[in-house]
Design a protein around this ligand. Structure first.
Ligand code: MN3
Length: 205
C-alpha cells in the first residue's frame, strides 16, 4: 500500500491572512506531494517496508537499509511532519490554549505568553530549515527544534505539535521575516487537535 498525500482538511484560502493561498497550494500540492512520492520511490525495492506507517519507518531509522535511510529520514519525516501540520491548524483557530494542554503549558512554562516566546525563539534560532516543536519527553513538556524534516520520534520523543520554519512555509508572504510568521501562526493553531495529540503522547502513542 503506497503512502498517499492526505487532502487538506480545509480550503487553500482558509488560513488567510495568516497563511496565504499561494503558499498553501505550493506547500501542500508540491512540497508535501514530493515527500510522499520520494518516500514511495525509496521503498520500491523493499516490499517488506511498504506496509509500515511513515511514523514506524522514522521511529527506528537504524532498522532501515542504509541505501534508503537518508531518503526515508527526509521524505518519511516530511510526510509525517506535514500530515500533522495541516491538522494542527484550522480556520478561526488560535486564541488561548484549552483543555489539558492549557494546564500543562501553565504548569511547565508559567503562562501561555512565556511558552510562545520560548517556542518562537526555538523557531527563530533554528539555523536554515527545520521545525520548532512542543514535545513530551520523559513525561515532561519541552520546547525543541529539529533540522530539515527530522521528527522528534526518531529520538524517542513524542511530538505534540510543530511549526514549519522552512522558507517554503512563509517566504512568499513574510519574505525573510521568520519571527513575524512565527508570531502570526498562533492565530491558526487548532487547540482541539493539539489536545488530542497531547493525550496520545501521554498514552505513549
Ligand atoms: Mn514544509
Amino acid at each position: 500500500m503506497a503512502h498517499e498525500l492526505p487532502a487538506l482538511p480545509y480550503d487553500y484560502s482558509a488560513l488567510e491572512p495568516v497563511i496565504d493561498t499561494a503558499t498553501m497550494k505550493l506547500h501542500h500540492d508540491m512540497h508535501h506531494a514530493a515527500y510522499v512520492k520520494n518516500l514511495n520511490a525509496a521503498l520500491e525495492k523493499y516490499p517488506n517496508l511498504q506496509s509500515k506507517s511513515a511514523e514506524d519507518l522514522i521511529r527506528d531509522l537504524n532498522s532501515i537499509p542504509e541505501d534508503i535511510r537518508g531518503a526515508v529520514r527526509n521524505n518519511g519525516g516530511g510526510h509525517v511532519n506535514h500530515t500533522m501540520f495541516w491538522k494542527i491548524m484550522k480556520p478561526q483557530g488560535g486564541g488561548e490554549p484549552t483543555g489539558a494542554i492549557a494546564q500543562a503549558i501553565t504548569k511547565t512554562f508559567g503562562n501561555f505568553n512565556d511558552f510562545k516566546t520560548k517556542f518562537n525563539d526555538a523557531g527563530v534560532k533554528q539555523f536554515g530549515s527545520g521545525w520548532a516543536w512542543l514535545v513530551l519527553k520523559s513525561g515532561e513538556l519541552q520546547v525543541m527544534s529539529t533540522a530539515n524534516q527530522d521528527n522528534p520520534i526518531s529520538q524517542g520523543i513524542h511530538p505534540i505539535f510543530g511549526n514549519d520554519v522552512w522558507e517554503h512555509a512563509y517566504y512568499l508572504k513574510y519574505n525573510n521575516r521568520r519571527p513575524e510568521y512565527l508570531g502570526a501562526w498562533w492565530g491558526v493553531i487548532n487547540w482541539d487537535e493539539v489536545n488530542k495529540r497531547y493525550e496520545q503522547a501521554k498514552a505513549g502513542k
